[in-house]
Design a protein around this ligand. Structure first.
Ligand code: KG4
Ligand code: ZN
Length: 349
């Protein structure tokens, strides 16, 4: 089964062709991120305009790279949310139009389900269940206990900021460019991760939830209390310590989840923050010898259409042309929905 994926939830325009939910035949990403390095974050209207400019050539390029013609495409999967409304509309309107013209089923995919599917892309073997997924990006930070690709339980989530958001806001305070994750990592390479002792969020609480707003405030007060002539010489230590604190909080929750759910066979880490090198090193030593899977390519950590195609394939295989049943019961994710070209979606993303 070949699925064309389309992802336009933020400042990346992406299209991909994926076979059987695992083999990536093409994954094209056009990013308008460079336009936002100095603004400290994405400007929604500008991102939507860039999406309009990029969407058609990106889809053409993805089909070309996959050497696929429309006859070979069995379905189209598109991110239906959450994300920036203007950006999402560009992807979903394009996908609806293509589905109607080419008479293909159209699958609306929740963005987080896309990230949760990214460890299947180009994987050498099938993951073993039950597995624990830590998914952390600029918009979400969640722990899932999963019994199948589409089934599981949300056992922890952030109460305020997401981990990637903490990186982005921290970078802005340190006058480092957006996106904050990579720039804080770079700035902290030669720094001492123990130089500034940031607090451990929710440390006294019996919970698998996350909280990042306190770390952000702690960084703000640390910066306020540093003499201005000292600050430029401490950026590396500040960046390393802040990154270490974010990663330690993520690792603490994984350790706790594995203690509570000892039958877990594998740990998966997805979302933009899964690209973080310090996090990867730290997780390697806390999972009790269980395999720890990250997306096979760094490209699949951050927003991309291949993960949307993989999730769409799983939804189509499990639910066919029906509207999907309850997805991830008791979870915050609303059910994803399968649409055929003849049954246009009643809901926009
Ligand atoms: O998944 P993603 O591309 O978009 C969202 O769904 O939000 O994640 C983007 C987030 C940003 O907050 C960015 O700072 C963070 O992921 N990120 C990183 C790294 N690369 C991207 N955080 C830490 N280390 C990285 N190497
Ligand atoms: Zn994302």
């Amino acid at each position: 089964m070949n699925v064309l994926g389309i992802e336009t939830s933020c400042d990346e325009t992406s299209a991909a062709v994926v076979t059987n939910g695992m083999t990536v035949r093409s994954c094209v990403i056009a990013s308008s991120r460079d336009a936002f390095t100095r603004s400290g974050g994405v400007i929604p209207e500008q991102a939507a305009r860039e999406q309009i400019r990029s969407i058609e050539p990106v889809i053409d390029h993805a089909l070309e790279q996959a050497e696929a013609d429309w006859q070979e495409i069995d379905a189209i999967a598109v991110t239906r949310g959450p994300g920036l409304l203007g950006s999402l509309l560009v992807g979903s309107v394009t996908a609806r139009l293509l589905a109607a013209l080419r008479k293909k089923p159209l699958i609306g995919v929740h963005h987080t389900l896309g990230h949760l599917s990214s460890t299947w892309l180009d994987a050498a073997d099938q993951p073993q269940f039950p597995l624990l997924t830590l998914s952390a990006s600029g918009g979400h930070t969640e722990l899932w206990l999963r019994t199948a690709l589409l089934h599981g339980e949300l056992i922890g989530q952030t109460r305020d900021d997401a981990a990637g958001e903490a990186f982005d806001k921290g970078a802005s305070m340190l006058s480092l460019p957006y996106p904050g994750g990579p720039s804080i990592s770079r700035a902290g390479e030669a720094g001492d991760p123990e130089a500034f002792p940031f607090p451990h969020p929710l440390s006294g609480e019996d919970t698998l939830d996350f909280s990042y707003s306190g770390l952000k405030t702690a960084l703000k007060y640390t910066l306020r209390d540093l003499p201005t002539d000292v600050l430029p010489h401490r950026i590396a230590d500040l960046a390393a310590s802040f990154e270490h604190a974010i990663c330690t909080h993520l690792c603490d929750r994984v350790t706790r989840a594995l203690h509570l759910h000892a039958t877990v066979k594998e740990v998966h880490v997805t979302g933009g923050v899964s690209a973080n090198r310090r996090l990867r090193m730290m997780l390697g030593s806390i999972c009790g010898g269980r395999p720890v899977r990250f997306p096979v390519q760094l490209l699949y950590c951050t927003d991309n259409a291949a993960m949307i195609a993989a999730a769409g394939t799983a939804l189509l295989q499990e639910y066919g042309n029906r509207a999907c049943g309850p997805f991830m019961v008791a979870a915050s994710l609303p059910s994803s929905t399968v649409f055929t070209f003849s049954k246009m979606p009643e809901r926009s993303p």
